[in-house]
Write a protein that binds this ligand. Structure first.
Ligand code: FE
Length: 243
């Protein structure tokens, strides 16, 4: 059966060597340039966001991924609270940054039409949220710990539990995308996306810190994690970027 052709699937990135492998991992999915080779229209130039990025974009309850209605029934799974600070390259907190997060439910299922895995959808799990950082650059959200899931294509390797992040705000010209992982997860060690970050310190910075349970401010079952984000400089958080 070893000679059976791969039924149209993309081989796991580990079968590729060095640069080709990293290109595949860093791209995560096939990348297409925003600029066509034959230009038919003038590309709209980027301009600064300016200082007045609207704070009113975020409404109440949007920092809770584990219920669909504020105060409503909660999603199944281990409750978690993730908090942290956003810093600029000088180590100064970034206030008013828009932090958006999304993740799979406790069974590793996204409520998204592209997710065709057979795992159940949790009717009480929203799975996405957003918040603005305060004057100290702090953000905080409630959720449940996401499950691992098979990555479609790439021979369905199991992605470790993770939360997707997008950061945007005044002074940021292009939103920054990354993923945060959980400590002591065996799948972290073999995940090509996490391990595609070559710098070991940078890679380690994507693993959330375990915080004392009381940090969560809820019951003893709620796990607390910390994840700080550095927008640029020598300690910057690894982000996915256009090649
Ligand atoms: Fe994911």
């Amino acid at each position: 059966m070893g000679d059976e052709p791969n039924k149209g699937g993309i081989p796991h990135p580990s079968v590729f060597v060095e640069k080709r492998r990293l290109e595949l991992i860093k791209g995560y999915v096939v990348h297409e340039s925003r600029t066509p080779s034959k230009q038919v229209r003038v590309v709209t130039p980027s301009q600064t966001v300016g200082p007045f990025f609207p704070a009113a974009l975020v409404g109440p309850g949007e920092d809770d991924l584990a219920c669909k209605v504020p105060g409503g029934a909660r999603a199944l799974g281990t409750p978690i609270v993730v908090s942290g600070q956003v810093f600029d390259e000088a180590g100064k907190p970034v206030r008013g940054a828009l932090v958006e997060v999304w993740q799979a439910n406790k069974w590793g299922k996204y409520e998204h039409p592209v997710d065709q895995t057979p795992e159940p959808i949790d009717p009480n799990f929203k799975g996405y949220g957003r918040m603005l950082t305060d004057a100290e650059g702090r953000y905080r959200f409630r959720s449940i710990k996401p499950g691992a899931y098979p990555n479609p294509g790439y021979d369905n390797w199991m992605r470790p539990p993770h939360i997707h992040y997008s950061i945007f705000g005044a002074g940021v010209m292009q939103r920054l995308i990354t993923q945060v992982y959980f400590p002591r997860e065996a799948l972290n060690d073999i995940d090509p996306i996490l391990n595609g970050v070559e710098d070991l310190d940078a890679r380690a910075s994507l693993i959330a810190r375990e915080l004392p349970a009381q940090h969560a401010g809820f019951d003893a079952e709620t796990l607390a994690f910390g994840f700080d984000i550095v927008l640029r400089g020598s300690g910057e958080t690894p982000f996915f970027v256009d090649p």
